[in-house]
Each structure stands twice: as structure tokens, then as C-alpha cells.
Ligand binder design. Structure first.
Ligand code: GLN
Length: 211
């Protein structure tokens, strides 16, 4: 299966290298046409404000939403997780809104708050290596979101159906656990909880705004 990696800005090359080590085909995505034929998509870390602007300008913003609605699997790391969140704070920012969670940008502090942590996860028995770089804090998750790992008492790896998000950078370690999980997730057919699909989430968000 071909996996696209949004290659606008940030550490997309590290994701590609990790996917290739796991035997998957990785392609760089910069245009709507690049996304065609991809079975999964990775939104890498970087600066979410810059990435969002690029997505809007090139039409990828709508294309990615459609991709998720059509059952495509997406994995966002750090800035990518911010782009997926239903609500972004500190400061408030628009997003794709495909994952029912609230994130606080630069939640651990702006420049110095970077950390490497070995913590428990639901994915393996061994401690998982988590690299945090100016990471967001996941402040709230919806009922249909599963927390797969935590850091400092807050969710750090979460999944809702076929949307996966990490506030850390698994691509910057030699620990392949999370990417392996993403590939497994993609080959597993449909979302586990179709009742809380991203489409429903956006409809709920729009209804809440109208109130
Ligand atoms: N602080 C960045 C943002 O808010 C995310 C940092 C990262 O991706 N490592 O977009």
C-alpha cells in the first residue's frame, strides 16, 4: 500500500525512511493529485500554522477531509496532531477537525520544553520511546477516542477509528512501534466506531457553532 506523507515543511523525510524500513511504499504529498492512490496519509511535525496555510492554498485542506471521510487512514504527529484536532487552543487555530480532541499548542512551554521519555503504551509491553519537541498537550478527548499512551498524565498517543495522533515524534527514534501500528490499522478495513466518524464530528461542531 502506498502511504502519502505531507511534504510541505517539517520532518517528512524521517517518516518516509521509517515507512520504507517497514517495507511500505512512501510518497511525498504536495498537491491534491499526489494524494490520489494513497491508502494512508501522514501529517508530520513542524509548524502547524505554516502547514495549515499551505493546505488551504493548494486545495489539500478539503482533499484531506474527503480522504478521511472516504475511509483513508491518517496519522498526525505533533503539528500534524494539531491539524487533526477538533479544537485548537493557545492560540485558537482552524484545523481539519477530524479527531474529537482539544489540543493546547506549545502546551509544555515554547522553546525549552522538549523531552525524551520512555513510557508505557497499549501497543507493546516494552516501554515506548517518545520524543517531545514544543509539543501540544491533549487537554480533552471525546468518548470514541482511545488513549494508547500518556505523558505527564495527559494523552500522548490517541486513536479514533482510522485517525491516529501523537503529540511526540516516533519518526525521530529507532522505535518503530507506532508506525507499525499505523500500517496494521490501515490494513484493518473500516473504522471501529463508525457512529463517531469525522463527518459526524464536523456536523456536531457546525451545529454547536450555530447555537
Ligand atoms: N509547536 C508546533 C506547533 O504548534 C508543533 C511542534 C512540532 O511539530 N514539533 O505547530
Amino acid at each position: 500500500m502506498k502511504i502519502g506523507i505531507l511534504a510541505v515543511q517539517g520532518d517528512f523525510a524521517a517518516h518516509a525512511a521509517m515507512l520504507r524500513q517497514l517495507g511500505a511504499e512512501a510518497v511525498e504529498v504536495r498537491t491534491v493529485a499526489d494524494l490520489a492512490g494513497c491508502g494512508g496519509l501522514i501529517l508530520p511535525g513542524g509548524e502547524s500554522t505554516t502547514q495549515l496555510q499551505f493546505l488551504r492554498e493548494g486545495g489539500l485542506y478539503d482533499a484531506i477531509k474527503k480522504f478521511v471521510d472516504a475511509g483513508g487512514g491518517v496519522f498526525g504527529t505533533c503539528a500534524g496532531a494539531i491539524l487533526l484536532a477538533g479544537e485548537v487552543l493557545n492560540p485558537p487555530q482552524d484545523s481539519l477537525g477530524t479527531l474529537d480532541m482539544t489540543v493546547l499548542r506549545n502546551g509544555y512551554g515554547r522553546q525549552l520544553a522538549s523531552d525524551i521519555f520512555f513510557g508505557k503504551s497499549k501497543l507493546t509491553d516494552a516501554p515506548m520511546e517518545m520524543v517531545f519537541i514544543r509539543a501540544p498537550i491533549i487537554e480533552r478527548v471525546g468518548k470514541s477516542v482511545e488513549v494508547l499512551a500518556e505523558y505527564g498524565g495527559k494523552p500522548a498517543l490517541v486513536q479514533q477509528g482510522r485517525v491516529l495522533a501523537a503529540t511526540f515524534h516516533p519518526e525521530l527514534t529507532s522505535d518503530r512501534t507506532v508506525h507499525q501500528h499505523f500500517l496494521r490499522m490501515l490494513s484493518n478495513g473500516h473504522a471501529e466506531n463508525p457512529a463517531s466518524s469525522p463527518k459526524d464530528l464536523r456536523a456536531k461542531k457546525a451545529a454547536a457553532k450555530r447555537k
